[in-house]
Design a binder for this molecule. Structure first.
Ligand code: M6R
Length: 364
């Protein structure tokens, strides 16, 4: 059942502190404070390239992972949506690692991409929520999200637990490749351990986000902006809003604004900004100034530091807990889920079963 919640989606959003903890603890040894991956039947340290393939929200999880794998493990990463991947006839050196991300493990295009990579001599790793699935069966190694069954068509807890596994995998890969110092690994592990508690704190902003939803619900178009690992969270926020509220939304890399989309900005187009106070903050903040100067209504998701710096410029600000920038994408996913949820409820759409959508897309 819905456990007293009005929709499965809201229940699943609220389950995130718990399932993030469950997922972390399946890979983290609290005594030794080290990450241990499930059995991988090949040498991780020898991997020269990682190829990530997925669809929809799972693709955005992979897009965050690309930043982590490149910056923390210094491994080259290719990523594509599964529905395009094999049509490029991608060139693959044998012995690469191909990583498929799928809540269901049954998405037709992702499965077809997996088979293509297998034929190209890649090591096949699947990150799934459903271990009794086609992708899991056809893989050399399985990584698992412990999200439990996800009923809402809009993916929420599957996404954040995918991020949790991918973050752990990035650390393990960095260690295997000898590019992470012990001190660095300690810092990253400590940041991951904090995530479940910080996720609970993020949920405390629910009521404020609902108030913001009342302002945003009348928009015809909404833009989402982010930079670095916040960019895929902007894309995910836009997808969440589209699929359940039917409002047109686009996610953009913050720096791409001035290359076109800024032409759309007026007082009728809300701009949701994902901006943890990290090394890229100042650049994103200056993009926000450009929006504000054109009368744009900015919804600014940041932390204490970031909100202070933004001052009165943004119309709506939410000050999320201060965390290590490494784990910010996991936590900033939650307010964009809540914003989409409340807008959809206010508009009276069928939140758990949005029109035209299926939970699992098993046709190409
Ligand atoms: O089961 P999968 O993770 O392979 O599904 C991929 C997409 O179909 C899925 O994430 C879809 O985009 C969701 N409706 C997003 O909320």
């Amino acid at each position: 059942g819905k456990g007293g919640f009005r929709h499965f989606m809201l229940k699943e959003i609220y389950e995130q502190p718990q399932v993030l903890g469950d997922t972390l603890h399946s890979m983290f040894n609290p005594v030794e404070r080290t990450l241990t991956l499930p059995e991988i039947p090949f040498d991780l340290s020898a991997v020269k390239r990682v190829t990530i393939v997925a669809c929809g929200t799972s693709f955005y999880a992979g897009s965050v992972a690309r930043y982590w794998f490149e910056s923390l493990a210094r491994v080259p990463v290719d990523i594509d949506v599964a529905s395009e991947f094999r049509y490029r006839e991608p060139v693959m050196e044998p012995g690469g690692l191909a990583l498929f991300i799928s809540q269901s493990g049954e998405t037709a295009d992702t499965l077809a991409a997996l088979r293509y990579c297998k034929a190209q001599g890649q090591h096949i790793v699947s990150l799934v929520n459903v271990t009794e699935s086609s992708m899991a069966r056809e893989s050399d190694a399985i990584l698992q999200t412990l999200a439990g069954p996800e009923i809402g068509v809009a993916s929420t807890k599957a996404f954040t637990t995918q991020l949790m596994v991918l973050a752990c995998f990035a650390v393990a890969l960095g260690r295997a490749r000898g590019v992470l110092s012990a001190a660095e690994e300690d810092r990253l592990s400590a940041a991951l351990v904090e995530v479940p508690a910080r996720a609970s704190e993020v949920l405390n902003h629910d009521e404020r986000i609902r108030e913001i939803a009342e302002e945003v619900m009348h928009a015809r178009d909404v833009l989402y902006l982010g930079r670095g690992s916040s960019y895929p969270i902007a894309l995910e926020g836009a997808l969440k809003l589209k699929e359940i509220s039917y409002i047109h939304a686009e996610g953009y890399a913050a720096g791409e604004m001035k290359h076109g989309p800024i032409a759309l900005i007026d007082e009728k187009v809300p701009v949701v900004v994902i901006a943890p106070h990290d090394s890229l903050f100042e650049k994103t903040a200056s993009n926000v100034q450009e929006v504000v100067a054109r009368g744009g209504k900015v919804v600014f998701f940041s932390d204490e530091h970031g909100v202070k710096k933004m001052g009165q410029n943004a119309v709506f600000t939410i000050s999320l807990p201060t965390v290590d920038p490494f784990v910010a994408p996991i936590l900033y996913a939650i307010p964009v889920q809540l914003l989409a949820y409340h807008i959809a409820v206010l508009k009276g759409t069928d939140v758990d079963q949005p029109r035209n959508l299926a939970k699992s897309v098993t046709v190409e």
